[in-house]
Design a protein around this ligand. Sequence first.
Ligand SMILES: Nc1nc2c(ncn2[C@@H]2O[C@H](COP(=O)(O)OP(=O)(O)OP(=O)(O)O)[C@@H](O)[C@H]2O)c(=O)[nH]1
Ligand SMILES: [Mg+2]
Ligand SMILES: [Zn+2]
Length: 374
Amino acid sequence: MSDPARPHPDVPPAPLAPAATPQGTAPASGDAAEPTAEVKRGLVVRSTGSWYDVRTDDGEYVRSRILGKFRLEAIEIDETNPLAVGDRVVVRVDPDGIGMVTEIEPRENQLSRRASGKRGAVREHVIVANVDRAWCVQATFGPKVNPGFVDRFLVAAETRHIPAGLVINKADLLEGQPRAQDAVAFWRELYEGLGYPVLVTSATGGLGIDAFAAALADKVSVVSGPSGVGKSSLLNAVEPGLGLRTSEIGERTQKGRHTTTFSTLFPAAGGWVADTPGIREFGIWDLSPQELGGYFVEFRPFIPDCRFPDCTHVHEPGCAVQEAVDEGEITPERYGSYLAMLESVDEAHEEETRMRWRKDRRPDDPDEAVEEIE
Ligand SMILES: Nc1nc2c(ncn2[C@@H]2O[C@H](COP(=O)(O)OP(=O)(O)OP(=O)(O)O)[C@@H](O)[C@H]2O)c(=O)[nH]1
Ligand SMILES: [Mg+2]
Ligand SMILES: [Zn+2]
């Protein structure tokens, strides 16, 4: 399934060789011998924030820029990136082989997180557009499962009605580790119980790779998660021809070094899958405290029974969600995640109001619209 024409994912953007000779599109006017631009439809398969690789429907890869108006529009709606992998576009391929994206098709959906950084507090970073399933990848060790991350990711997917699932990778490291085995079994049961598929895999040992490949077939999927959990390794395991760069967590900082630096969509296992740079924290974008509970799937049946319609399920009397926690119908882990998220959603909400006020006075700098790495 590997495609030799695909630019290597980790090569920094540079002009490609001229595109194949123009075919079939005669110039509207002028000298037929003059090289002319061609207009093609395609899929954004890589985004660096300033350059985009577009795979045209005839299978060519075109390194492209975008019209400035798209950057301005993104700023208007507080998005850091006007185009994301998975976007369908119209690209004008100039005779030098460089493309210009002139149209972006409306998205079916998008998976987003809050942009990082101080000034990014109220901006949306689109991870992938037009996605059928979003996989949150975690690991048994190095780093181990972070349920706070998982729950934020699942909420983000729920807000856009994107089916989500959990992959727990590095299962090979569980050998001789009974406590870690119990932990993995616990998370698996918890998330499967909520209706999310859970795959336990070993990218290096081969365990669960067939199941993961089967889950990718005929779909556009994305893998997202902290750095070093093995996202790229998993894609290599499914599709060895990809040869994605993978590496150990940085010894020095223990914070993880980003091996994958740009989001890239690859053909894999009969579908498409986006590999994305690791993120430290999955910030939730644009949710009010009153809405949050509705995106915890197991809270939903209880919410209509809360006494107050704007119940935040923390201290309100007559709260059916708190009652369900007391009765063991909602786990303390998920409720704890909810409370932690509620706090940050609250803060983000305040920050948002403040930033919007400031933005009216000082427009953002378009040059800041780059692919974000945390
Ligand atoms: N033991 C073990 N190690 C693994 C497994 N999968 C990946 N690794 C190792 O974990 C390290 C990180 O793997 P990557 O695939 O680069 O991780 P990533 O999630 O893509 O990281 P970023 O690109 O930085 O976000 C590498 O040294 C891999 O060899 C696994 O199943 N078992
Ligand atoms: Mg990677
Ligand atoms: Zn309530």
